[in-house]
Write a protein that binds this ligand. Sequence first.
Ligand SMILES: C[S@@+](CC[C@H](N)C(=O)[O-])C[C@H]1O[C@@H](n2cnc3c(N)ncnc32)[C@H](O)[C@@H]1O
Length: 229
Amino acid sequence: MVLTLVLAESSIELVPNEIAGHPSVTGSARRKQTDPNELILDQSYHHSAILRLEKAGVGRGRPDIAHFSLLLALGSPLNIDGDLQCYVHTRDDHVITVNPHARLPRNTDRFTSLLEQLYKQRVVPSSGTPLLSLKKQSLQKLMDELSADQIATLTTQGAPKPMETVMEELGSARKPVVLVGGFPSGHFCRNTIDLSSNRYRIDKRRLEAWTVVGRTVYDYEKSIGLKRF
Ligand SMILES: C[S@@+](CC[C@H](N)C(=O)[O-])C[C@H]1O[C@@H](n2cnc3c(N)ncnc32)[C@H](O)[C@@H]1O
């Protein structure tokens, strides 16, 4: 059964209007020879501008989280065998569909530039087979479209259960979906919690999203008995 992995509420968005004139943003725009409004917000470059956002912009501008998580997921045996589909849902309610055959840039700045191209064109590359495509869509709409019958949300606010057991249970679902937060701090919003079938805490520690993605994929591989040799 194909596992659907969704990086939910990911910290990806275009630079908000209110900070488009900030020197850290205009400097990036000049370097990239683009309009400030076409830049992806990025903590690494726009830190001082992000501090001016509501609640000091906590958790915003982290495209690297989706980047690392996707590199891990796409390189997995599960994905190579065609048993994984990844989506990135963003905090501004866009959904990026990731072609399982996509070879993403290894460098995060280049990944971020690819996202900028994606927000502009809605699909990359602009001709041929789409590797990434983007549409305005809520997480709820994506779940409806997928007809997901089991949505396991991984969160430190969930019931404690080892990942192995979570994945064994999910292995029997017709359309299993796992949600991992694509953000660095804070918690899922109420809407996301409400659409989940179950919520699990898989470790007493707060882990990075990409670590959780790695474990999701590996334990799912074991639960479906993926052949190593
Ligand atoms: C860096 S964490 C976000 C922080 C958030 N405060 C939390 O504790 O869930 C990124 C994502 O990794 C997953 N995650 C991290 N630690 C986890 C744990 N111990 N159990 C389940 N999921 C976890 C969640 O999906 C979380 O949204």
